[in-house]
Design a protein around this ligand. Structure first.
Ligand code: AMP
Length: 220
């Protein structure tokens, strides 16, 4: 399956993407993770992306689209993928459509994770992520690690993403509403969108998403 995951920052896209990708045996492709890996490796691409990310703005399309296409053309993505954080505006969505069409492929579903805005701010402010694996996500109040600052899953160091500061989160939410939300209508017109209420236990949200995907699968 070829799936896009959309939702505001803090909706749990990374967490859900990790579970869904595992259940469906497809790679989880996160453009945010790809940028962060480039930054920690000190690549040219990472240098280009960093100032935009720190400010909570979108990295320009000419950098982002090429990186995303390159990752989607890897052999492990030949039979499907789950995109997390891409596309993030209509021109990226059009570029993705163009790329898939040129290879005779199309998306199967777009999962829209829905979370109230005040919840999003609370989730992000307390979010702590493992340096070894960004799918190991904790929250200082909602899912605290056993030892402060240490990942329960692998012992890695937990950190707060620099763009999770309250001020940057406001910008990221604005960017989400103005630039990313329009892709939901774009995909709705193609009959691809399933809205998933994303409050509740992580596994409940995963189950809702899997149920929505099986409906999409039958409809396709
Ligand atoms: P994320 O980890 O998905 O929250 O992404 C973190 C940051 O990376 C975003 O706030 C953007 O600055 C940048 N980013 C990730 N994906 C994209 C994208 N598709 N287009 C532009 N910028 C992106």
């Amino acid at each position: 399956m070829r799936i896009v995951l959309v939702g505001p920052p803090g909706a749990g896209k990374g967490t859900q993407a990790a579970y869904l990708a595992k259940n469906l045996s497809i790679p989880h492709i996160s453009t945010g993770d790809l940028f962060r890996a480039n930054i920690s490796q000190g690549t040219e691409l990472g240098k280009k992306a960093k100032s935009y990310m720190d400010a909570g703005d979108l990295v320009p399309d000419e950098v982002t689209i090429g990186m995303a296409k390159e990752r989607m053309s890897q052999p492990d993505a030949a039979n499907g993928f789950l995109l997390d954080g891409f596309p993030r505006n209509v021109s990226q969505a059009e570029a993705l459509d163009g790329m898939l069409k040129s290879e005779g492929m199309q998306l199967d579903a777009v999962l829209d994770l829905e979370v109230p805005e005040d919840e999003v701010v609370k989730r992000i402010a307390g979010r702590r992520i493992c340096r070894n694996d960004s799918s190991h996500v904790f929250h200082v109040d909602y899912s605290a690690p056993k030892a402060e600052g240490v990942c329960d899953a692998c012992g890695g160091e937990l950190y707060q993403r620099p763009d999770d500061s309250e001020e940057t989160v406001r910008t990221r939410l604005d960017v989400y509403h103005t630039q990313t939300e329009p892709i939901i209508d774009y995909y709705r017109a193609q009959g691809l969108v399933a809205t998933i209420p994303a409050l509740g236990q992580v596994n409940e949200v995963t189950e809702r998403a899997m149920a929505a995907l099986s409906h999409k699968g039958k409809a396709a």
